[in-house]
Design a protein around this ligand. Structure first.
Ligand code: IMP
Ligand code: MG
Length: 185
């Protein structure tokens, strides 16, 4: 496989994350919030974003899986995927969400299936507010009509890794967001 090439540099990421943090700080002025990260891809984005938000805040994490319905990572990289796949909850939040301001933090909005599932689930808990922060957005891939409230970057239909995003669990620790070429060689 060829080497990942940088699509969005660490400096560009830091600049956007600071801007989103300022937006959240302004939008929720005087309120407390809970950052709910979607494991594992959102871990790095959540840790950077939360330090740019100057409000009373706590963390929680959820785990989901769509691999039962997705092709293997290699197939997904090569051909994308267009199943209407279901999402399974692997780990729920630890604290009650009712009446709270929730910021769902996700690495990327791709087909939208994951966040559509999670949004519905969280709304059933009757939070005071529910917002979606996604570092990346691939609007051309959407299968569900869902939009993020805070988006870092819109990107074309490329498979990306780094800054939390993986290919078969690798590359999450790359500091930049990189494209993993679909063609070998
Ligand atoms: P969705 O449910 O299709 O919106 O997909 C969301 C999940 O798919 C993300 O949380 C990622 O784990 C994964 N994903 C989608 N696109 C990419 C990509 O380009 N690189 C790595 N993971 C991706
Ligand atoms: Mg992933």
């Amino acid at each position: 496989m060829t080497e990942p090439r940088v699509l969005i540099s660490r400096e560009q990421i830091a600049y956007r994350v600071a801007a989103i943090g300022a937006d959240i700080t302004r939008d929720f002025a005087g309120e407390s919030i809970i950052f709910v990260g979607v494991l594992k891809g959102a871990a790095i984005f959540l840790s950077d974003l939360s330090r740019q938000v100057h409000l009373d805040a706590s963390f929680d994490f959820i785990g989901v899986s769509s691999y039962g319905n997705r092709p293997s990572p290699a197939q997904e990289l090569k051909n994308g995927w267009d199943s209407t796949g279901e999402v399974r909850l692997l780990k729920d939040v630890d604290q009650p969400m009712r009446g709270k301001n929730i910021i769902l933090v996700e690495d990327i909005l791709d087909t939208g299936l994951t966040l559509t599932f999670l949004k519905k689930m969280f709304l059933a808990h009757q939070p005071k507010a529910l917002k979606i922060a996604a570092l990346l957005d691939k609007p051309s891939r959407r299968k569900q009509p869902i939009k993020g409230d805070y988006i870092g970057f819109q990107i074309p239909d490329e498979f990306v890794v780094g800054y939390g995003l993986d290919y078969a669990e690798r590359y999450r620790n790359l500091p930049d967001i990189c494209v993993l070429p679909r063609e070998n060689g």
